[in-house]
Design a protein around this ligand. Structure first.
Ligand code: ADP
Ligand code: MG
Length: 352
């Protein structure tokens, strides 16, 4: 999409020392962050970590106690929400129920006094973009949840904001639909070229969709990076535990992590060159279709989750392995040293 050369190198969103408190609660704690032009950027973190507060400050619905918000190089900290070149999509569709889909999508253009012919053209384009061409005359209550969220998206992109903020937009949908829309939303973002700032607590969603992810914890950012680096090289034990399964191992005074799919159960006689080998006991086995997960109690007391792809084995054979002593191994380079974090332990309630 178009981006004038003088703005090309500036981040679309530039946040400096942003802080927001509610009484005793520090919702956002002096965050600095740059989001690039055209980026699909995700704020990932557990409930209460400050993600929505961040979005509301970017949108202008909430004033920071300290710090500054710049959009495309302009300080907008003191601008009202409607004067910022930003739109927001929320989890609850927030469509006007009495208006048709077409009128809903056109609404922002009408407010901006765009002429009728231009409005019709742009609403048709927007509905095409969200894969709902020809739905103009339907009412919101004649649509499924997923379709309504597409209309909300069409309405938010129709006046081509510089930045689109999305707060858990797929949160109310069931898993299948959510997975489908994750992929579509990412495609749509590429097509429209608008910078997306996306909020979710779902790590798989973040890994699937994002160019970069910021991992939030108690109002601070623990790590910013591409999905692969956040997953494969977590900066600390909080990130290791929240983005994926925690698998934190303590050895020789250090703290390490290794991803479950990198670890395998050794059979007698398997070569071990270049591998880290640990002994333990299979404490639990859970069959999950594509994979079987083994929970191993290591000698030192740490627990390790191992995921094995089910190429051949059946769940019956696996079940019988509970209680067995085993050796597990992984390639040395898959051990990642992590810094110990206070957040660890509260982050593992939603393991997958
Ligand atoms: P998230 O979106 O990551 O779940 P929020 O930004 O909604 O987190 O909330 C961060 C913290 O700020 C939480 O402790 C929450 O209870 C608190 N908080 C958010 N909004 C308000 C508000 N309007 N009044 C009081 N506390 C709030
Ligand atoms: Mg929230």
């Amino acid at each position: 999409m178009e981006s004038s050369s003088e703005n090309g190198s500036r981040p679309d969103v530039h946040l400096v020392g942003l802080r927001k408190t509610y009484g005793e609660v520090v919702a956002v704690d002096r965050v600095d962050l740059d989001i690039r032009r055209g980026e699909f950027f995700t704020m990932l973190g557990p409930s209460g970590s400050g993600k929505t507060t961040m979005l509301r400050m970017i949108a202008g619905f909430e004033l920071p106690d300290e710090g500054r918000v710049e959009l495309a190089g302009t300080d907008v900290t003191d601008l009202a929400a409607y004067d910022r070149d930003v739109n927001t999509v929320f989890q609850d569709y927030a469509l006007f129920p009495h208006m048709t889909v077409g009128d809903n999508v056109e609404y922002g253009l009408r407010v901006a006094k765009v002429g009728k012919d231009d409005r019709r053209k742009r609403r048709a384009e927007a509905l095409e973009m969200v894969r709902l061409p020809g739905y103009d005359d339907r009412k919101p209550n004649e649509l499924s949840g997923g379709q309504r969220q597409r209309v909300a998206l069409a309405r938010a992109i129709v006046n081509q904001p510089r930045v689109l903020l999305l707060d858990e937009p797929l949160g109310a949908l069931d898993l299948k639909l959510r997975e489908q829309l994750q992929i579509e939303l990412k495609q749509i973002q590429r097509e429209v070229g608008i910078t997306f700032v996306y909020v979710t607590h779902d790590q798989e969603e973040a890994l699937t969709m994002s160019d970069r992810i910021a991992v939030f914890n108690e109002g601070r950012i623990e790590q910013v990076g591409e999905p692969e680096s956040v997953y494969e090289r977590p900066a600390n034990s909080f990130v290791a535990g929240f983005v994926g399964v925690s698998n934190v191992i303590h050895r020789d005074g250090g703290t390490f992590t290794v991803r479950p799919e990198k670890v395998r159960l050794l059979a007698p006689g398997d070569p071990t060159e270049g591998l880290v080998v640990e002994e333990g006991r299979i404490a639990d086995v859970s069959y999950a279709g594509m994979v079987t997960r083994f929970h191993i109690e290591l000698e030192g007391g740490d627990r390790l989750q191992v995921a094995r792809q089910n190429l051949e084995q059946t769940s019956h054979e696996d079940e019988g392995m509970r209680g067995e002593r085993v050796k597990v191994a992984w390639r040395r380079e898959h051990t990642v040293a992590v810094a110990e974090q206070q957040g660890v332990g509260q982050s593992t309630e939603e393991e997958t």
